[in-house]
Design a protein around this ligand. Structure first.
Ligand code: ARG
Length: 368
């Protein structure tokens, strides 16, 4: 556990506080993690920010099933995989926490809109951990407006134990937030986004942490006002760098850019044509192409193969059938630990999405 010194010099007698939340990057030794759940997962109700990120071949299917339950075999398979994954992490000595399932069928809303819920499968999307702070994100998908409530029992517990806990300004999500301009997009960088600058919105998974340097992509859920809000909120101890990739469906950076350890960056070779300048001194390798698969991917691309989770700077969790990725990472000096996760992929993510690293050993450093 990390120790924080008491800043109240001269007030109370000096006392060390143990913080339950401390995570500065994607690779320090993992000590405690939240793993999502698949129970009751539903397709998102339809709106522009949803349509903009869908694989074109899947859009019609998802529109037809908007708001309905995911196929039971996928949810059951994903549940089994998440339980196996959690058991694997526990065997490695990592404390695993799970959210509380909520009723995703219940409708809720804001001024002028209503929605039903999505899932509690991807804690990575909803909460950003920066050091000892938990930040609730202003999600642009209406179906995700209250998703964070599934994690509130844990957030309250971490808060009671000394973590800092905050939330970005609560968005209004009116129709005018969404911008149809992305339909006419012609390969601009960054692409035309499905969210306007009406108010700040961002998903935590559009950020990736390397100590004092945090990288972010603008996406169909993360706008510039959202990035500015976070940058100002974090203050001078952090540098928030905006990066843009060749991706006209951007949503979540963790299938495009994956820092695996200090000096080692995995990139999506289709999207990252120019490696961000700061990584010039790092060894950069391209992710191998995704392996063929029979199960459908509804909400993401095959590049979800690079959505790996680091247990420490050497050990990495890789999908059980993904030989190309396991071999590529082994050849790079990592130890690949395999875990089946193919059903979970259908929900739109993999190991990095499915987790939120609440505590990793190690402190705040500069890696550039
Ligand atoms: N948009 C990415 C892709 O299709 C998937 C990223 C999923 N990440 C997440 N944290 N849910 O390649």
């Amino acid at each position: 556990m990390k120790r924080l010194s008491n800043h109240g010099v001269g007030l109370a007698p000096a006392r060390d506080l143990v913080t339950p939340v401390s995570s500065h990057n994607e690779w320090d030794p993992l000590e405690e993690v939240i793993v999502g759940i698949a129970d009751g997962a539903r397709f998102p109700p339809w709106h522009a920010a949803v349509e903009a990120v869908l694989p074109p071949a899947k859009a019609d299917h998802i529109r037809a099933h908007a708001g309905q339950a995911f196929p039971a075999d996928i949810v059951d398979g994903a549940r089994r995989e998440l339980d196996l994954f959690s058991a694997l992490l526990e065997r490695e000595g990592i404390k695993v926490r799970r959210p509380d399932p909520r009723d995703k069928q219940a409708s809720f809303g804001g001024p002028g809109w209503t929605s039903t819920g999505l899932y509690e499968a991807m804690p990575r999307d909803v909460i950003l951990v920066v050091g000892d702070e938990l930040i609730e994100c202003p999600m642009a998908w209406r179906s995700r407006y209250f998703e964070v409530l599934a994690y509130r029992p844990l957030l309250k517990e971490y808060f009671a134990a000394g973590a800092r806990w905050s939330a970005a300004p609560r968005p209004e999500l009116p129709d005018r937030l969404y911008d149809d301009g992305w339909r006419q997009a012609g390969g601009e960088l960054p692409p035309r986004l499905a969210v306007s600058e009406f108010e700040p919105t961002f998903d935590a998974a559009d950020f990736i942490r390397c100590g004092r340097d945090i990288f972010v992509q603008l996406s169909h859920v993360t706008n510039r006002m959202g990035v500015d809000w976070l940058r100002r909120h974090l203050g001078g101890a952090y540098r928030v760098h905006e990066v843009a990739f060749d991706d006209d469906r951007p949503m979540h950076i963790d299938a495009s850019l994956m820092p695996l350890a200090p000096g080692k960056l995995l990139i999506n070779p289709e999207r990252v044509r120019i490696v961000p300048e700061l990584f010039k001194a790092w060894e950069v390798r391209a992710a191998p192409p995704p392996p063929p698969r029979t199960q459908p991917l509804f909400l993401c691309s095959g590049w979800i193969n690079m959505n790996v989770l680091m247990l420490d700077p050497q050990r990495v969790i890789v999908e059980a059938q993904d030989d190309p990725m396991a071999e590529a990472l082994e050849a790079w000096g990592f130890e690949a630990i395999r875990c089946p996760f193919r059903h979970f992929h259908a929900l739109g993510g993999s190991f990095h999405c499915a987790t939120l690293d609440v505590r990793r050993a190690g402190g705040l450093e500069s890696y550039f």
